[in-house]
Ligand binder design. Sequence first.
Ligand SMILES: [Zn+2]
Length: 440
Amino acid sequence: MADQLIRNATIVTMDDEFTVLDRGDVLIRDGCIADVGPGLDGGGAHETDASRLWLLPGFVQPHVHLCQTLFRGLAEEMGLLEWLRSRIWPLEAAHDPNSLSASVRLGIHELLASGTTCALDMGTAHHTDVIFDEASALGIRLHAGKAMMEMGDGLPEGLKEKPGTCLRSAVDLARRHHNTESGRLGYVFCPRFLISVSKELFRDIASEARRMGCRMQTHTSENLDENREVERRTTMPSLRYLERSRFLGPDVTLVHVVHISDDEFSVLAESKSHVVHCPGSNAKLGSGTARVPEMLETAINVALASDGAPCNNSMSMFKEMRLAGQLQSLRLGPGRLDAQQIVRMATRGGAAAMGLSKRIGSIEKGKRADLVLLDPHMPHSAAPSSDIFTRIVYGMDERNVASTWVDGEQLYDGEAVRGVDDAALVAEARRELEKLLERL
Ligand SMILES: [Zn+2]
């Protein structure tokens, strides 16, 4: 791959000091950031002029459901458990490899076109290889795992697996995909939530994942009805149950964490587990608002993500950043979760939650060149104001994305995702959804 030089950008490095370089260059060699600074000598590298553009590390979303992209708009105006049982689970159970492939492609297209370069995908019960195949073809950085489910009210037979089968297939998937494509793809063990997996399976998952050097993710404490079901079945609150199941630690990301007691808050902080905040999903499903500023003040790492298309209905990080700030303004007052912290959650926070802090999340020498260029001078966002972080969080959206790069390759150029014909993508999605609804 030829060296690349991005010239004359305003560089929002997201380093420890939140350094912003007014006018600087980034030299990319072998997919890595080889140098950052003003007036670099490209030595014949292919040059991209980024004058008047802002360069940021690509957004990192450590919780999406690419298998659900086809279902956008098909599960509206319901709370979590009804939403899962009456709509999402039956739809997921009707997937075949072709419909899953169409759904994943549609989702990755949206992520890349809105500046997300890396995601952690909680898949569905079956056909998980397809997710890795599509991520490989399209070039996004993706860590993923099958959604592990063995029990629970309303769970369709098509998604229910015997504990041994469920764990064995996850281990096989991890053997095939973990740390492949130079680390761009990785496997994560993903029990869906506490009421879909027994205590024994939870423990087995934790020990297998650690034995294989993989990370873990689950949804927890999203909704009060869910919490009541967990307490009824386990006789303890969710975080205590996860602690007992050895499913907490720096290698674990917990998604949502909206409703926890002060005791659970302490358990979470001591465990050094990561939290993924999904404000769009939490607001749409009426779940509640997580105590994000308090978590950050207690040194709990919090990342941001959109969750799946049907509970949002967008997968753009811009909407999550804006809503994350607005919800805390309503809760605690304006500025309580400031824009700089929000951009940090959307980049470095996500990288840390995926165990990738050494590789991505900031624009620094030695990191992978996962980048997004923003054009701030569009009619809806042009402003003389100087604060770059509030302008990104409150004034911009996916229209501002001028290009998206992963491992030093431009995968989106402001108009098209590399290798994808938009009309064909949408037609394929429509065709596959029709067939899926017939199978339902
Ligand atoms: Zn989710």
